[in-house]
Design a binder for this molecule. Structure first.
Ligand code: PHE
Ligand code: ZN
Ligand code: ZN
Length: 493
């Protein structure tokens, strides 16, 4: 019983109506945690992903194309067979996979998403590659290499059995060749809250061009750092690199358009290698990086093993690095400062007409100047007596059965003469419905806030019901706490 613990030297508090200055508690309104810069912890060394295993994945995709008319293109059976095989492989490794179907003018297509169990789902690290080919050929460099690298990274992660700090999500996109359709479809249909959880998207499209370049996406929206992580990796392996402006040419664009940091590497497509590039990278100046780009000859022999091996390890490095990157706590959502729009179903919501429409304890609806109203002069002042009292104010309201998002809102300011962390005095916000009382929120002398603050609660459970909204205080025998409510509303949404 807290009475025994209370100090004997408590000073009498001032009652409502007293003119002396009132003690107000220090504000304890939450300081909003600012976003913090990502920092990295190297809890796992970068893996040396097996180029033999990744090449076996390429061989598998090649066989799938051969068995399906020579390609893995959107709307053709070779694409679905590619999805089925990657899915089965990831399922067997312990991933949680999802196939997302969508339609295109070239036929039905599918995205495959795979998540590793564990890791903080509020911080998602996505790594993706398009799995479709053009219809002219099997698409082994474009984009068997990116697909095989992402798959091998996922499988090696699973083998190592570690729990990442962040949620790892791997994506295999459909219909990239038709204009980034799969990644666009995914993002367009992803809830805003889920988009917000994606910290980074890494894209891999063409990693083993036979006349290779080592291009790093020149994508460095303020503070990303992803681009710099990739170039630092190449530097550490003494691989010369160049930035490339890939604009909208691959699936990272579907993420970048929502402001998500992206990064990627690319060994070159139809572009021509310069003599300066041949000098630092080897290969043939004046020839395309990938002479079989979008052609039938983009087969197993259209992959440079050295370029593929180097880029495979860059993929592994980035996945491992990002898996354990510490992303700061996202900024706490600012408390709303406006109630929902719409007709206010409460009558006399700001108490300016005194007790009209309200059932309230005597004197609780007041124009006393000892506490400010938020607007006008009247408000509902519960408590503030410094003696054992219970006071309330309530109003009946009917929530329309077709209300989309019914919400109760009210502004409240609190102050107290109490101290410490024991709730001696309380004020409950309640809904009485059919004889059942539900408390939506309890305020107390702990954590008072003398600045009017908006509070909102869903009334979705009460659609079609006539309910009573009730604010009810309970003070103990000593030291006042004032709960001042103003500008209430119930909206149907
Ligand atoms: N997205 C292109 C394709 O699949 C290849 C590409 C990747 C081009 C990255 C530029 C940059 O055909
Ligand atoms: Zn292509
Ligand atoms: Zn491609």
């Amino acid at each position: 019983m807290h009475t025994f613990l209370r100090p004997t030297l408590r000073r009498p508090s001032l009652r409502r109506g007293a003119l002396a200055a009132l003690a107000t508690a220090a504000l304890t309104a939450g300081m909003l945690a600012g976003p913090t810069q990502a920092d990295t912890t190297t809890t796992a060394a970068s893996p040396d992903l097996s180029v033999d295993d990744a090449t076996a994945h390429l061989q598998q995709l090649s066989s799938i194309a051969q068995a399906n008319g020579g390609n893995r293109a959107t709307g053709r059976p070779g694409y679905k067979a590619s999805v089925d095989w990657v899915k089965a492989t990831l399922d067997a490794a312990g991933y949680t996979t999802t196939v997302q179907q969508f339609s295109t003018s070239s036929g039905t297509s599918y995205n495959l998403l795979a998540e590793w169990p564990g890791g903080d789902a509020n911080h998602v690290v996505m790594t993706g590659a398009h799995l479709d080919s053009i219809s002219a050929g099997p698409g082994i460099n474009d984009n068997g290499t990116g697909s095989a690298a992402v798959l091998e990274a996922a499988l090696t992660w699973a083998e190592q059995g570690r729990t990442p700090r962040n949620k790892l999500r791997f994506a295999f996109w459909g219909a990239e060749e038709q204009g980034l359709l799969g990644s666009n479809h995914y993002m367009r249909n992803l809830a805003t809250a889920e988009k917000d959880k994606i910290e980074v998207y890494l894209n891999f499209d063409m990693l083993g061009s036979v006349n290779p370049g080592y291009f790093v996406y020149d994508d460095n929206a303020a503070g990303d750092g992803v681009r710099d992580q990739i170039t630092a990796y190449y530097d550490s392996k003494s691989i010369a690199w160049e930035y490339i402006d890939v604009q909208g040419r691959s699936d990272h664009a579907s993420f970048r358009s929502y402001g998500i940091p992206t990064g990627g590497i690319f060994s070159g497509a139809e572009g021509t290698k310069t003599s300066a590039q041949a000098a630092k990278w080897g290969g043939t100046a004046g020839q395309p990086y990938d002479p079989c780009y979008h052609r039938a000859c983009d087969t197993m022999s259209n992959v440079d093993r050295t370029a593929f091996d180097r880029n495979l390890d860059a993929v592994g490095h980035m996945v491992w690095l990002q898996a354990d990157t510490t992303y700061g706590t996202p900024p706490t959502t600012e408390p709303p400062t406006t109630p929902p729009a719409g007709t206010n179903l409460l009558a006399n919501p700001g108490f300016e007409s005194g007790s009209t429409a309200w059932t309230a304890s005597s004197g609780a609806i007041t124009s006393s100047t000892n506490r400010p109203a938020r607007t006008g002069t009247w408000k509902l002042w519960l408590g503030g007596n410094g003696r054992a009292t219970s006071e309330s104010g309530s109003q009946q309201v009917t929530i329309p059965a077709n209300a989309a998002n019914p919400v109760l809102s009210y502004w409240i300011r609190t102050d107290t003469a109490e101290s410490g962390s024991t709730a001696y005095d309380t004020m409950k916000v309640q809904v009485v419905s059919g004889g059942t009382t539900t408390t939506l929120k309890t305020f107390s002398n702990v954590g008072t806030n003398a600045t009017y603050t908006l509070n909102s609660h869903s009334l979705a459970a009460y659609k079609g019901k006539t309910i009573t909204i009730k604010f009810v205080s309970s003070e103990d025998y000593y030291l006042q706490t004032s709960f001042v409510v103003d500008d209430t509303s119930v909206t149907a949404g």
